[in-house]
Design a protein around this ligand. Structure first.
Ligand code: DGL
Length: 283
């Protein structure tokens, strides 16, 4: 067993605060791990950008996280996973990556009505990954999609319950619900933060699939398989790993909205992009 790996942090990233839904599950399921999170708020939303551009950001962030000693990278963003996961695995063959995909498989397995709604970004729907999921798992069901324009921006602003957030969701969900959807897949890591509102609009008979617990379990399995799970991981000592949050955007804004998304302790700091690479912000 390599002791260096036991105490090395996990690197996690997203375009913004969305990936904190994954970070929360990681903190819960692998509590002794030190976590470093990058929110690329200089570029949020990723969903309307080209896959090539998102791939370039993802590579820059990965390089930064590796420079901070990350032993594994969790791509806590469906859009970045669709755009960059294969590429990142090729460029960084020594590093284990955990990525995300819209949970069409469990949705197809459990829907009773045969109608499933997927909420994700345009880039996620455009990627090959999504097409292959539909091919593999959704041949016998009806899948309805919506990109919820503007929803990521509302969530980034901390508007988890506001009128505009509700309006965007009602517009997206209405056609799905009238077509008989009984299962909704949250295919963007920002959306678990509005799952209560989604449930309220959809009613109690609709099942919402939030992939965060499965992603954290997968990270835990990979760490365990390599013997890299932080020593106190869930053990009796109860030691908690530290959490460091970085934004490439406005640090004051992140600090202001953070309580809507994160209740634990966390240090926060700013980074800035210089060409394709990330650096600590010197004020
Ligand atoms: N949270 C992201 C995702 O899971 C991206 C949202 C965005 O930046 O458009 O897809």
């Amino acid at each position: 067993m390599n002791s260096e790996h036991l105490s090395a942090p996990l690197g996690v990233f997203d375009s913004g605060v969305g990936g904190l839904s994954i970070l929360k599950e990681l903190h819960h399921q692998v509590p002794a791990e030190h976590l470093i999170y990058v929110a690329d708020q200089a570029h949020v939303p990723y969903g309307a950008r080209s896959l090539a551009q998102v791939r370039q950001f993802s590579e820059g962030i990965t390089r930064f996280l590796l420079s901070q000693g990350a032993k594994m990278i969790v791509v806590a963003c469906n859009t970045a996973s669709a755009a960059a996961l294969h590429y990142l695995r090729r460029v960084f063959p020594e590093t284990p990556f955990v990525g995300m995909e819209p949970a069409l498989k469990p949705a197809a397995e459990t829907t009773r009505s045969g109608v499933v709604g997927v909420l994700a970004t345009p880039a996620t729907f455009q990627g090959e990954l999504y097409a292959s999921l539909v091919n593999r798992y959704a041949q016998d069901i009806t899948v309805l999609q919506d990109t919820c324009p503007g929803l990521v921006a509302q969530i980034e602003a901390g508007e988890k319950n506001g009128g505009e957030t509700r309006r965007i969701l009602e517009k997206a969900l209405e056609p799905m619900l009238s077509a008989g959807a009984d299962t909704l897949v949250l295919g963007c890591t920002h959306y678990p933060f509005v799952s209560e509102l989604i449930q309220q609009i959809s009613g109690p008979g609709v099942r919402i699939i939030d992939p965060a617990p499965a992603v954290a379990r997968q990270a835990r399995r990979l760490l365990q398989a390599r013997g890299w799970l932080g020593e106190a991981g869930g053990s009796s000592t109860g030691t908690r790993g530290s959490v460091r949050l970085f934004t490439t955007g406005d640090l004051d804004h992140l600090r202001r909205v953070l309580p809507y998304f994160w209740s634990g302790e966390a240090e926060s700091a700013a980074l800035h992009w210089q060409g394709d690479s990330l650096h600590f912000f010197q004020s």
